[in-house]
Every structure is written in structure tokens, then in C-alpha cells.
Design a binder for this molecule. Sequence first.
Ligand SMILES: [Zn+2]
Ligand SMILES: [Zn+2]
Length: 256
Amino acid sequence: MRLTILGSGTCIPDATRLPSGYWLEVGEAQIRMDVGPGTVYATTRYPHLDWRAQTHQLLSHFHVDHIGDVATLMFAFKYGRKPTPRGPLTFVGPHGLTQHLERIAAALEPKLFQQEFAVEFLEVADGESHEVAEGVTLRALKVPHTPESLAYRVEEMTTGASLGYTGDTSPDLERLPAFVREVDVLIAECAHEHETSTPHLTIRDVQRLAEEAKPKRLITVHHFFDSTQANVAATLAAELPGVEVQAGHDGLVVEV
Ligand SMILES: [Zn+2]
Ligand SMILES: [Zn+2]
């Protein structure tokens, strides 16, 4: 399994961080997790990625910094597809996914999802598990952010590699640590340096999550603050012995 971070940022414009976008090469699957504005074009920055080969589009929730490039992606396929046969593209997301995507199509282009290959919508519920490709399992967990928000866990059976993605969430020490327990890589949102009233995690919340979940490697993303200035990686590493910690950045490639 290999992770490439296309966008580690938020809805706030930033010269070096695009909104949320993560690419996973795992088995026969090419999975994009979230598709924030700019992250479709960003795929072309990385020669090891082929945007046309995408098999799955995961959506964690319907905030624009996570879904803003849905239409961009479908227009790319409509006009930039090579005339070679390909399998379906499957959108995977929370309850309401189909209605949400149909509304995007109604607003922009009624035939948005009518492509020369099948485009499928798969709504996943809290606790559900799906084999999205041979030997590749995807699990979903409802997280407290918006009513629909999901976290995901991806596992590759042949290698035993595992990756967790919190999506956007506020603290949930009841269920989230068990869901991502002992993953090889945990991508955790770390929106705020200090306590706020917004439904997100602070550095301290991420520390508590990782203390319980014990991932091998922790990558913080979705910072609304300057993660370098705040020294987020060193702060967390000091509190999390045995966990490799780093602040995520666009272009980071990780072999899982
Ligand atoms: Zn959000
Ligand atoms: Zn967000």
C-alpha cells in the first residue's frame, strides 16, 4: 500500500496546502480519499500516479474542502479519458451520497455521471465493511463532525498493511481509537492548536487519540494553524513514545 498526500489543508486558501485529498495505491485498487478543490489537477504532479486509473472515490463528508472537485473529476474523465476499456469508478460515502451527487449534477451538468464506463454510488453505514477490491477491505465509522461524517480504515490482506483516516471529527474516545487501533499509518485531522468550539481535534485531542489507538505512524493534517511554527510533530512525538509522528504536507509519499 502506498499513500500520496495530494492535499493536506483546509478550506482556507494556502500557497502550499490544497484542501483534503489522499491517494492510496492498494492491491488492484486506486483509491482517492476525499477530493477537495484543486486535488484532481494535483494528481498530475506525481509521475507515479495515473488519475485515469482511479477505481474508487471515498468521501468522508459533504463539506466543500472534501468534495469540491467531484465535478472536476467527472469532467476530466468525460473529456480526458483515453479510449481504453476500464472498470467502474465507485463513489463510496455516507448516507445521502447519491442524493448529494445527483444535486451536484443537477446544478452543473445533468449527464455528469454518465460516462463511457460505469459510475457507481455505494452508501456505507456506521460499522459497515466492504471488500472494495480483491483482498482490500474498507470499513467505515460514524464520527462526530457533521451528521453524515465517516472515518475510514483500509486494510490489505496479503501484506497486512492498514491505514486509518479520521476525516473531520471532534473528539470521540469511545469508538474512534478502537476503530483505528494499531494501524500502520493514521492520518488524523488536527485542525486547531488550542481548544475551540468547532467540531474538530486539537493537538491534545490527537495525542489522546493516538495514546489509545497506538498507531505505528501518525500523520497530522487539516491544520488551521501553522504546523511548523507550532512544532506540532515534535510536541506530539514527545508525548507518544514508540509512535513515528509527522505533520503531513502535500506531496508526502508513504509506503505503508
Ligand atoms: Zn468538515
Ligand atoms: Zn475539512
